[in-house]
Design a binder for this molecule. Sequence first.
Ligand code: SF4
Ligand code: SF4
Length: 157
Amino acid sequence: MIIDRSRLAPSTADDKLQQGARLCGQCRGRCCQHGAGWRAFIDLTVLQRWQQEEPGRTLADAVEAYLSMLPTEHVRSACLYQGATGCAMPRERRAEICNGFACEPLQQVGGLAANEPARAVLAITFHKDQIERAAVIEAGATHTVTLETPAVPRTGR
Ligand code: SF4
Ligand code: SF4
């Protein structure tokens, strides 16, 4: 499989910003759902990189190595490598986009934290128009908060 990288988001994640890492933890890796359709973004480039780091080994060995990293269970409808506590694949073995992707909220939080390191943000995760969970995120801690989905006013006749 060849991944058309022109269709993928640019790499923008900044690991140094704690608020960003906490936001991804709170989100539980929703972007990894795309890994299901894109086969964890593993293509020839990724396999050849493994091969270069393992002199004398074949591409078939690379495929075996990636198969051996699969967890026994994965999150429903998500990438086969996404387990309950995150990606089962070591960071250095992941495709570039897996380590570098930043969704728009992550970019916003990164921008805020870069300008103001002590910045706190409220992260609300929705599922099917319902609030699933929420938290106040600071550089050093994530504080779970309880929010309820606002009731939608009924329209009478
Ligand atoms: S990049 Fe965005 S969608 Fe992906 S885990 Fe982080 S917050 Fe969630
Ligand atoms: S390989 Fe890991 S980081 Fe990449 S999409 Fe799959 S679960 Fe997410």
